[in-house]
Design a protein around this ligand. Structure first.
Ligand code: HEM
Length: 259
């Protein structure tokens, strides 16, 4: 694999005080639903999760209406023959509709956007693993094929500067076989072009915003308890600071008569 270009998007859930923005997750859900779901599944996500604290926080009735748009096959219906029924909050999202399109539930944790100097991983300490940055960069990474590929482009694949693991024609490799360009060819056609969805509140829907919103949504599906985890970490830190202060004072007091 060669080099890949990953842009450092700013997400509201970054840093020790970061948390998901429910409105951004709702926009991401809309993009997933209207665009990505044509090929990709979210098999580890249940409809009820959409209303949970720390997520898109859809009002209960909207979540139920969202689920009811879909049909699931229920083996217990029709005397054990099985039949289709509208999905309920307890049902999972569908699986990928296209065989070679991977499930996206955990994708933001399965990919890294930032790689440190080998053996150090410094970038990952400073910037995080970069899963959502990678997904957003993949969305904006479709470009004209570089000159070396003209006439040799793999048929049915699309050049993407963020995708490092795809095929690269020999004409874009040096004599040792090393890739001389950024990115490679991916089987996914450009899913977002900008203005693919329209938001009820008129929020920006250019390519860059859509890419960030869908990536934020997929970060939530991969790590639904991030808000709670960060809040617990912060409480732990505050507790430790207070405990340290009390221990310091206790220590002073205990030793005061002996000094
Ligand atoms: C792969 C995201 C829409 C077909 C992927 C990957 C991601 C992704 C993150 C994994 C790349 C990797 O392995 O590192 C999205 C998002 C979409 C979307 C966020 C919506 C905005 C679509 C659509 C199709 C599609 C509509 C079908 C027309 C594929 C296929 C792959 C793929 C076939 C495998 C590519 C390969 O390994 O060469 N997608 N996708 N995707 N996607 Fe999508």
């Amino acid at each position: 694999a060669g080099e890949a270009h990953v842009e450092d998007f700013d997400f509201p859930f970054e840093g020790p005080f970061g948390s998901y923005d429910p409105l951004q997750l709702q926009r991401g859900l809309k993009i997933y639903t209207e665009v990505c779901a044509a090929c990709h599944g979210l098999q580890y996500l249940s409809y009820r999760n959409l209303s949970e604290e720390g997520g898109p926080m859809l009002p209960e009735d909207q979540m139920r209406a969202y689920a009811a748009q879909y049909e699931v096959f229920d083996e217990t219906l029709a005397d054990g023959q099985g039949d289709y029924r509208p999905a309920t909050p307890a049902d999972r999202f569908g699986r990928s509709a296209v065989a070679n399109a991977p499930d996206l539930s955990l994708m933001a944790k399965a990919r890294a956007g930032f790689h440190g100097p080998y053996g150090l991983g410094i970038n990952q300490i400073l910037y995080g693993m970069g899963g959502p940055e990678y997904i957003a960069s993949l969305m904006v990474g479709y470009e004209e094929a570089p000159e070396c590929a003209i006439g040799n482009e793999p048929a049915g694949f699309y050049y993407n500067t963020a995708f490092a693991n795809g095929s690269v024609p020999d004409s874009c490799r040096d004599e040792h076989g090393h890739v001389t360009i950024e990115g490679s060819w991916i089987a996914m056609p450009p899913p977002l072009l900008g203005e693919d969805v329209v938001f009820d509140d008129g929020h920006e829907n250019d390519l860059h915003h859509e890419a960030a919103d869908v990536a934020a949504f997929l970060m939530w599906t991969a790590e639904p308890h991030l808000n709670a985890r960060k809040a617990a970490g912060m409480q732990g830190m505050i507790f430790l600071v207070i405990l340290a202060a009390l221990l310091y004072l206790t220590n002073k007091r205990l030793w005061a008569p002996h000094k």
